[in-house]
Write a protein that binds this ligand. Structure first.
Ligand code: ADP
Ligand code: MG
Length: 308
């Protein structure tokens, strides 16, 4: 008795499974994409081929639903399921969507903008997002000139920009926008917050890392020194760090840009006095000769854009 009951139960369970399976497949086969795919390939697919492909058709319908609802999926987000014919067998391919490709491209662009001690949102600054006001028009035109001439002939030297203006006028933003524009064409820039870099260098002495830390900046294909002159420098930082970096940039003809609250003349005065109060105008003059060689001074005026 018992054996018969067991067999019966197993039979009806199997039958249940079979019914559920058939019901499920009817839903799958009613899917418009599945229907049109089978219709499209009806000459290449036998009934047996289609039945063999049921698990894949089921996967397709499930994943499509998740994709359309933005539900979590086993597959990486941003991939859209598509039916493909794989020699008498229907398969599901996952193709990256336009949005995903766009995101990847933007990530590639951002990766070409190296930031040393600057907030990451600078990577999103753009020329098209740069609001042109009368006090900033010349800076914008010079930026466009620089971008164009560099893109056109990256192997040759291009004089950079020295952006001067008060706090919050958009100097750092414009440097970021230039880097972004060049990154779209595959060029790498390094933007350095100079006052923080100076502190980093001082701390690198004990760790024996001065050389390697300086090399990153010295050899950057395009270098932007942000906020130069914000703090007073020791003679070591001025002559052996800043001076050496600028000397290398000149010798190797590498484009270099700056931003500062000081005009070139004011910076010269500022650099003439060291942190310890020593007066060294000749040393300052040597630095300024290099900066003047590397960059053209452009003034930016306007309101402080920080905090609205
Ligand atoms: P600065 O370096 O001259 O002190 P910032 O570049 O840091 O000024 O700009 C100050 C603020 O204004 C930042 O939050 C920056 O994102 C914003 N900003 C500056 N210029 C623009 C612009 N053209 N379009 C949009 N936002 C800007
Ligand atoms: Mg700034």
């Amino acid at each position: 008795m018992e054996d018969v009951g067991k067999g019966l139960r197993a039979y009806s369970e199997r039958k249940g499974v079979q019914e559920r399976y058939t019901a499920l497949m009817n839903i799958v086969l009613a899917d418009t994409d599945v229907k049109s795919f089978i219709q499209l390939h009806k000459d290449e697919l036998t009934q047996e081929d289609i039945e063999k492909s049921y698990p894949k058709l089921y996967e397709f319908v499930q994943e499509k639903k998740k994709f359309l609802n933005n539900d979590p999926t086993m597959i990486a987000p941003g991939y859209e399921p598509q039916l493909i014919l794989n020699f008498h067998y229907i398969d599901v391919a996952y193709v990256p969507t336009e949005t995903l490709l766009q995101q990847r491209m933007e990530e590639e662009v951002r990766k070409r903008i190296n930031l040393l001690d600057l907030p990451r949102d600078i990577q999103n600054a753009s020329i098209s997002g740069f609001e042109n006001t009368s006090g900033r028009g010349e800076a914008l035109i010079s930026a466009l000139d620089f971008i164009e001439s560099y893109k056109h002939d990256p192997r040759n030297y291009h004089k950079g920009l020295y952006l001067v203006g008060s706090f919050g006028v958009g100097k750092t933003y414009l440097l970021g926008a230039i880097a972004h524009e060049l990154a779209i064409d595959g060029f790498e820039s390094t933007i350095v917050h100079f006052p923080t870099f100076a502190v980093t260098m001082k701390n690198a002495i004990d760790k024996g890392q001065v050389g390697e830390k300086m090399d990153v900046v010295k050899k950057a294909p395009i270098l932007m020194l942000d906020d130069i002159g914000a703090d007073s420098l020791s003679s070591w930082l001025r002559d052996d760090i800043l001076g050496v970096i600028l000397q290398h940039r000149m010798q190797e003809q590498l484009p270099t840009l700056f931003s500062s609250n000081f005009t070139l003349d004011e910076l010269e005065k500022h650099l003439s006095t060291t942190q310890k109060g020593e007066h060294e105008p000749l040393k300052a003059k040597r630095i300024m000769e290099r900066i003047r060689y590397l960059a053209k001074e452009i003034e930016m005026t306007g309101k402080n854009r920080r905090n609205g």
